[in-house]
Write a protein that binds this ligand. Structure first.
Ligand code: ATP
Ligand code: MG
Length: 299
């Protein structure tokens, strides 16, 4: 029922590419199946590989509203599902009383005073175009919250005691992401389609640089993609993600760098490696050797 209903995996790949997201065959297939089978999609992968961006781009492509739920330790129903707007209820109560009227309790628990958080907003959504519900970094939430989420994702319904059960007219497109700081439970995984997003290979990363950092000269973009590929082989504490690759290429271009050289890499290492230990490891390995290998690879 997606307005841009994809008929093939290639439709998905092209649809996302039109919004500057370059998915490989595996990811495009998972997204295609999640849309076709109306199943939530759980995306795992290291930091900065483009997990969150999938949901944002899906929303832009399908025209669906993006509803984002950022998870954190201790997140509960009030932040995820709904809350009553207590201060507005109180104001209403006072206003009615001041006017000499009487407040009927039902009036206070009506849609008007209901604050819909992303999960309720997703099932209460009206219209033909399903919203895109992004449940970001689910691994940060605790077990109880996961169990609770599972219920909603199974029934596409939310119960609000004062109002009754709200059921989705069209199931939302659901993307869950995890950085895998802990494992997501099997029950939730069973409900979802699963895809692990790896770091892009050299060619894909270069293609991503071309669309996301078009101002960067091609020779420099090639050097950067090759150097990042080499950096990721060094068993760093936090290997650079795609976001860092883009930042680095833009930083280098801003400095007027035409091709990578040892000195420039050394002084700009902070745009790509955010841990001192990682920078030390790269320096111990030899920045010169890294640059030499990268330039040879990119030629
Ligand atoms: N396949 C891709 N095509 C185009 N751009 C990409 C791709 N993958 C990543 N990016 C770029 O990298 C940036 C970071 O991606 P994103 O924030 O989605 O990563 P993430 O996996 O959610 O990271 P984190 O785990 O830190 O939240 C995006 O804003 C986008 O610019
Ligand atoms: Mg993210």
């Amino acid at each position: 029922m997606v307005r841009t209903a994809p008929r093939t995996v290639d439709d998905v790949r092209r649809g996302l590419a039109a919004h500057d997201y370059l998915a490989d065959e595996g990811l495009a297939t998972s997204i295609f199946l999640a849309l076709a089978l109306e199943r939530p999609l759980l995306l795992e992968g290291e930091a900065g590989v483009g997990k969150t961006e999938v949901a944002k781009v899906l929303a832009r492509w399908t025209g669906g509203e993006l509803l984002r739920l950022q998870c954190y330790e201790g997140i509960d129903a009030a932040q995820a599902v709904y809350e009553w707007d207590y201060s507005r209820q109180l104001l209403h109560l006072r206003a009615v009383e001041a006017g000499g009227g009487e407040v009927v309790e039902d009036e206070l628990y009506s849609d008007r005073f209901l604050v819909k958080r992303p999960l309720l907003a997703a099932v209460a959504h009206e219209g033909d175009v399903p919203p895109v519900l992004l449940v970001d970094e689910i691994d940060r939430a605790d077990d109880e919250f996961e169990a609770f989420l599972l219920e909603i994702l199974s029934d596409w319904a939310v119960s609000v005691p004062e109002l009754g059960v709200v059921r989705a007219e069209v199931p939302p497109i659901v993307v869950l992401t995890s950085n895998r700081t802990r494992d997501v439970h099997d029950a939730l995984k069973r409900r979802c389609l699963y895809h692990w997003i790896p770091h892009p290979d050299f060619e894909r990363e270069l293609a991503i640089l071309r669309v996301r950092a078009p101002g960067v000269p091609d020779a420099l973009a090639r050097d950067v993609a090759a150097a990042v590929e080499a950096l990721r082989r060094l068993e760093l504490y936090k290997p650079p993600g795609v976001a860092e690759t883009i930042d680095w290429a833009q930083a280098l271009a801003t400095l007027g760098t035409a091709r990578l050289d040892e000195k420039t890499v050394d002084v700009t290492l902070g745009t790509i490696l955010k841990y001192r230990e990682d920078q030390e490891r790269v320096r111990a390995h030899g920045v010169g050797a890294l640059v030499e290998a990268a330039v040879a690879r990119s030629a």
